[in-house]
Design a protein around this ligand. Structure first.
Ligand code: FPP
Length: 255
């Protein structure tokens, strides 16, 4: 658990090693509701502020040299929330891309959206498709939204599609290895960068909530008490400093 004082921020920023920035950072953006409740505001006010923070952190991550930023925007379980909140969350991508597209293009950021996109409302789906098309030529950081995403659902779909290919004689079951599985996951478009180096979860909760269960096998996990609407570039840098202090052995020994 990490909670930061101003002194720790300054210390952290001094010790950030710009040569060891994690290539792929994934974030579970949690705490919007509690942030709003603490201000006697409706929950959706937290989501609105959370969307503004996505803009700030996208720019901060791009400028730090992060190659892929994956953000958990809506899970396959979030449909259980009240209809009014779900409707608001479904409108956010429309607002986000509607207001932020010029800056995404200026920052050379490429947008990808992964998840069960067919189940999204038409306007949300259209906003996602347009954002991907409008930034397809950008060569900088990939801003990878997980939208109506669930890792178990992803693994079930991968199993189904491998079984189907095997049935049709296109895939030899004995050739299925970790790479073949990875090639059937929703992160396949990220190639060698599919697995996050660093997972951050905001708001003090310490669980994965059905996010990237396969891809996080060897990721470093950093938890911060900061609610997502209060998250800043300085908090991101502090999380990266914590990541840089870890000894990543991938099951082996320190060299
Ligand atoms: C979790 O907080 C947050 C979400 C379910 C939604 C996350 C969405 C955003 C941050 C905005 C996304 C922006 C775009 C561009 C799509 P919570 O509501 O579970 O908070 P709580 O645990 O405090 O109730």
């Amino acid at each position: 658990m990490t909670s930061f004082t101003m002194e720790e921020f300054l210390l952290a920023n001094q010790s950030l090693d710009p040569t060891r920035i994690p290539a792929h950072v994934a974030i579970i953006m949690d705490g919007n509701g509690r942030w709003a409740k603490a201000r006697h505001l409706p929950r959706v006010a937290g989501h609105k502020q959370g969307m503004e923070v996505v803009k700030t952190i996208t720019k901060a991550a791009s400028r730090l040299g992060i190659k892929v930023l994956t953000l958990y925007a809506f899970s396959t379980e979030n449909w259980k929330r009240p209809t009014s909140e779900v409707s608001y969350l479904m409108r956010l991508p429309v607002d986000f891309f509607g207001t932020f597209m010029p800056e995404l293009i200026q920052e050379n950021v490429r947008v990808q959206v992964m998840g069960e996109l067919d189940a999204l409302p038409a306007k949300t789906r259209q906003a996602a498709d347009d954002a991907m098309a409008d930034t397809a030529q950008n060569t900088g950081m990939i801003l990878n939204f997980a939208l109506n995403y669930g890792a178990r659902d992803e693994l079930v779909q991968a199993a189904r599609s491998m079984a189907q290919e095997a049935k049709e004689g296109q895939l030899d079951p004995t050739s299925i290895d970790a790479q073949v599985v990875a090639d059937h996951l929703m992160t396949r478009h990220l190639g060698a960068l599919a697995d996050p180096d660093l997972l951050i979860r905001s708001s003090g909760e310490e669980r994965l909530s059905n996010f990237l269960l396969w891809q996080l096998a060897y990721s470093e996990l950093v938890f911060t008490d900061t609610y997502w609407p209060d998250f800043t570039g300085a908090v991101l840098e502090s999380c990266i400093v914590e990541y840089q202090a870890r000894d990543r052995r991938f099951g082996g020994l320190t060299s």
